[in-house]
Write a protein that binds this ligand. Structure first.
Ligand SMILES: *Cc1c(COP(=O)(O)O)cnc(C)c1O
Length: 372
């Protein structure tokens, strides 16, 4: 009745396209937050199969789950829970490091379990979130260099994250990134993998690809930009949300529709009930978003409820069981995730990461095709 389909071939094509675009830089596929709602396990399995360079997640727990399910690719994470750093090392998970305390904790865990820790030092070049400040940078590099010399850690990379505010802010961050690297080199520490750009940076600034890029949203065929649709980027949406018409009724003029009667029919008409509510990921706040029923666009009528919404389809010949596409591929005439997100005052990232547990997930491009 409610379906989220995930096109793993589109995912693989997007990965290859991004890999080509950034070569010789490597591509870290970001699969945090359950692969932006696309199922981290299925996505990671597909990417592992096609030889992904690396996977990235936020939490150690997310990385451990991937390892538990047999994912072999290099995995990096950057939001560290101290209590499980040793589990991360045990499972060959690379760690993004942002504080001196974390360096101590990592050294301690590495000593305790006799396992070298692969780390990437994070410099805050302006985003104001994680990462060493410029003031702490030389102390961080010096300490990391000492731990490397004593055989406890291997400094694999250096990284930072852009704010995507505007080009001049991004370029300023890039300059700080380069200065931090030069400073580290002057202190005798060099990096095999320098990485700065996420999707927006990758697609905007070829000169910021360095040795690796970290791509999330673009991998899923969604645009990181307000003004550049995904079709212009040569990518295809991976997720498609749909539901089947569950009820149809003829009603007279003046029929109130859904909570608060925010919509009333103007004349005799047909109301179609679509079972995809805010519990499924349809934003309640969306302002009359467009959906596609049996090939035609309609606007949602009245309040979106927990389980369902209603569409006034006029006198059209809509049938029970007809498919209603909530978002999908605009190249196929379907409403896009970007359109729905915009109608709810949010972004595609939030829309796809907030799909509920209830829709059936279908995976295309697996062999054999799988449903969960
Ligand atoms: C989420 C995240 C990314 C991926 O960002 P996109 O805009 O989805 O490509 C990259 N790097 C870091 C540090 C992140 O947290």
């Amino acid at each position: 009745m409610r379906e989220i389909s995930i096109d793993l071939e589109a995912l693989a094509d997007n990965y290859r396209r991004l890999r080509e675009l950034t070569a010789p830089a490597r591509v870290m596929a970001v699969v945090k937050a359950d692969a932006y709602g696309h199922s981290a396990l299925m996505v990671a399995e597909k990417l592992d199969e096609i030889g992904v360079d690396a996977l990235g997640v936020a939490d150690i727990e997310e990385a451990l789950t991937l390892r538990y399910f047999g994912i072999q690719a290099p995995i990096m994470c950057w939001l560290l829970e101290p209590a499980i750093i040793s589990d991360a090392l045990d499972n060959e998970i690379e760690l993004g490091v942002s504080t001196l305390q974390q360096l101590d904790q990592i050294a301690e865990a590495a000593t305790a379990i006799g396992q070298l820790a692969a780390v990437h030092l994070k410099i805050d070049t302006g985003l104001g979130r994680n990462g060493f400040t410029a003031a702490d940078w030389s102390a961080a590099v010096t300490k990391a260099g000492e731990l490397q010399a004593s055989g406890l850690i291997k400094i694999v990379g250096v990284f930072s994250h852009l704010s995507n505010t505007d080009e001049s802010s991004d370029r300023e961050q890039q300059q700080r990134f380069e200065r931090a690297i030069a400073e580290a080199e002057a202190l005798g520490v060099s990096f095999e993998l320098r990485h700065l750009a996420a999707s927006a940076g990758v697609l905007s600034y070829p000169e910021m690809h360095y040795d690796m890029v970290r791509v999330g949203i673009a991998l899923y065929g969604l645009t990181p930009f307000d003004d550049r649709p995904v079709s212009d980027l040569g990518l295809r949406p991976v997720m498609r949300a749909s539901a089947r018409v569950a009820n149809l009724k003829r009603v007279p003029a003046g029929q109130g529709v859904s909570y608060g009667y925010r919509y009333r029919t103007e004349r005799e008409t047909t109301l179609a009930l679509i079972p995809f509510g805010y519990a499924d990921g349809m934003p309640r706040i969306a302002e009359s978003p467009e959906v596609l029923i049996a090939g035609k666009r309609y606007r949602v009528s009245g309040r979106i409820a927990m389980d369902q919404f209603v569409v006034d389809v006029g006198d059209d010949d809509v049938k029970l069981g007809d498919e209603c596409v909530i978002f999908g591929d605009s190249a196929r005439g379907e409403p896009s995730a970007e359109q729905l997100a915009a109608s709810a005052g949010t972004i595609n990232y939030e829309l796809v990461t907030r799909i509920g547990q209830r829709p059936i997930m279908k995976f295309l491009g697996t062999n054999p095709e799988r449903t969960s």
